[in-house]
Design a protein around this ligand. Structure first.
Ligand SMILES: CC(C)=CCC/C(C)=C/COP(=O)(O)OP(=O)(O)O
Ligand SMILES: C=C(C)CCOP(=O)(O)OP(=O)(O)O
Length: 273
């Protein structure tokens, strides 16, 4: 709906819709809405922030798949955007998704001005050059190199974790969570980001390409450092389980244990796609 409202019919719109409508797990918007609900926000409050976040995530995947980056042919069970269209169109589709995301929040009549400012500032910070973009840069620079577990965690915290952190902090803020709860939720988000990434690395070794919708084994092919690579498969599973404990404990401290967020932590640590 938003994509059609914010674009003109034609090749660019087709390319944007191709990637957005390909689906994916919609994890980030689900997390944002589940957190908003856990803190009692009215249901309409999180909708544009959730859509904006999925737009930013989808832009990042379109660009990540380009030949200049990961050079991947399949995403969300379909040819990648540049394979279906062409590189220039894929770059522009990503640019459009990124810019539309903040417009969407700015124009939402159900949000207060202070909420809009918070959401736009936090989303752009999370996605920007001290967040996801820097994480992607470090990820590219580390290809083909042996890096420490600490350096790997730092890459993931920025590349993947910051958008997940935004999902949770935006949801908590829209539900007027206290400063203390916001801090506990931020801790939960950090653990969740690492759980997500460790499972992603594990699936790249043990997963089924048909179920995941993208090729497996690409980390080895691209010579990337991973948790199973650094810790072994069992070590990666143990590390993930430690973070599950941290995330569940943080939920409890924030007073939102037993909500759908607990189930999401479990799902993310055991997902097969
Ligand atoms: C600014 C940009 C382009 C950011 C990309 C961020 C990102 C999370 C890419 C996918 O990571 P991945 O390569 O580890 O995952 P996948 O295996 O799904 O490609
Ligand atoms: C951060 C990573 C590993 C990129 C893929 O994210 P998702 O696994 O959430 O991708 P979709 O379900 O949205 O396609």
């Amino acid at each position: 709906m938003y994509v059609r409202d914010y674009t003109v019919p034609g090749r660019l719109q087709d390319s944007i819709l191709y990637s957005i409508e390909a689906g994916g797990k919609r994890l980030r918007p689900i997390l944002l809405l589940a957190t908003a609900e856990a803190f009692g926000a009215p249901s309409e409050k999180g909708v544009t922030a959730a859509a904006a976040l999925e737009m930013v995530h989808t832009y990042s995947l379109i660009h990540d798949d380009l030949p200049a980056m990961d050079n991947d042919d399949y995403r969300r069970g379909m040819p990648t955007n540049h394979k279906k269209f062409d590189e220039a169109t894929a770059i522009l589709a990503g640019d459009a998704l990124l810019t539309m995301s903040t417009q969407l929040i700015a124009e939402d009549p159900s949000l207060e001005q202070t909420e809009k400012l918070f959401l736009i500032q936090e989303l752009t910070k999370a996605a920007g050059p001290r967040g996801m973009v820097e994480g992607q840069m470090q990820d590219m620079l580390s290809e083909g190199k042996e890096i420490s577990l600490e350096a790997l965690e730092n890459i993931h915290k920025n590349k993947t974790g910051r958008l997940l952190d935004f999902a949770i902090c935006a949801g908590a803020r829209l539900g007027n969570a206290s400063e203390e709860s916001m801090e506990q939720m931020s801790e939960m988000a950090e653990a969740l980001g690492l759980i997500f990434q460790i499972q992603d690395d594990i699936l790249d070794v043990t997963g089924d390409a048909e179920v995941i919708g993208k090729p497996v084994g690409s980390d080895v092919i691209n010579d990337k450092s991973t948790y199973p690579g650094l810790l072994g498969l069992d070590g990666a599973v143990n590390q993930k389980n430690d973070y599950v404990g941290t995330a569940q404990a943080a939920l409890k401290e924030a007073g939102v244990e037993g909500t759908v967020l607990s189930q999401l932590i479990h799902y993310l640590s055991t997902r097969d796609h």
